[in-house]
Ligand binder design. Sequence first.
Ligand code: LLP
Length: 437
Amino acid sequence: HGTSQINDQGRLEIGGVDTKKLTEEFGTPLFVYDEALIRQRCREYVDAFRASGFQFQVAYASKAFCVKAMCRIVAEEGMSLDVVSDGELYTALEAGFPAERIHFHGNNKTPEEIEMAIDAKIGCFVVDNFSELPVLNSIAAEKRQNVNVLLRITPGVEAHTHEFISTGQTDSKFGFDLGNGSAYKAVEEASKLSSLTILGVHSHIGSQIFEVEGFRMAAERVADFAVQVRSELQVTFKVINLGGGFGIRYVEGHTPLPVAVYVKAITDAVRENFSSNDYPLPAIWVEPGRSIVGDAGTTLYTVGTTKDIPGVRKYVAVDGGMTDNPRPALYDSEYEAVLANRATEPAEEVVSIAGKCCESGDMLIWDLSLPKVENGDILAVSCTGAYNYAMASNYNRIRRPAVVFVKDGHADLIVKRESYKDIIGNDVIPERMKQAN
Ligand code: LLP
């Protein structure tokens, strides 16, 4: 997919760059992002919203992959950015991301984070709960600033990957519940706080969703709520944010819809439900993360040891694992992979790909068909662009991999591989222990 192809040497090439060359230059494990594909995904969202006629913002959910070069791409594509912590905010600001297009999320923003975001003059806070409202208001008042807010509501639509179930009372740590009247009370309270301006409401129903029904249902419930609030509280929502969660194809059997189909379902649902109530059409915001970067990322590993248990299984270990991709261990996520240096050779054996961490659960792929694998082969795991580098750790004191962007036959390093110095960079030996030596 994207700009991946197999070259004349039978090797996987991404963005016009031979993966073998990439591993020689940058080492492994290595995250390789197809920049053209990231930009294509960004444009699919922006173009689909333009076609809808709605006012809109597409905010990239930076939690999926937040580094400075990525923030640059998002800015260049004219999109907004969703951040959920001081670290993501700092990254965006350091990348020169326009503050007015930054939205701040989170169920436990600290006073320090709120101050930092207000000082930076970000575009909007997504307020999550009743504790946050007065704190945000008073910090804004102290700084003599007015802040825009969206109120995050829990619409009672729970998306469970393939299916979605509708619950009257949603048990979630996030947001104001629609069903029990909390959302209504939140609007009532927020409208009395003089340093806050209510732009509208936010709803996020889940992640890796393949169907449009959940989004439609959320739009319908949000619209009913908007109508009620307008007539009873005289508050009109100018913005409806329907969150992220648009699925991608990791393996066969995953059936995401084209971006334009999700967007059309959302814009149609908002149009139907609002215009039938003579409600001035709000702007629509969305927050895709995974679907912007997920399939643009590939992880390259070097194959090390193998362990064959006759009649049982053959383990093939790579030089990374749960430290660069914790998703199989955390969520039982599935991935596909090929031997990047022998991409045209037919499959000859079924192997299971193990990571190098001291933990049996550190398995990346079970039962993968590959050509006969040898030490030194390059394994390319696809669709690792979202929530991999972002969730990487230093477990076992393994250094985080480097990240490169490839495009038009050229590779740029965008995150250096961690050094040994980085690993111990924050370690402190107390004086008394130094003396003991
Ligand atoms: N907006 C909100 C409020 C969210 O909570 C999320 C994801 C998104 C947007 C972006 O969702 P996306 O378009 O990426 O599905 N670590 C997990 C995914 C956690 C998603 C958390 N929230 C994983 O690796 O699958």
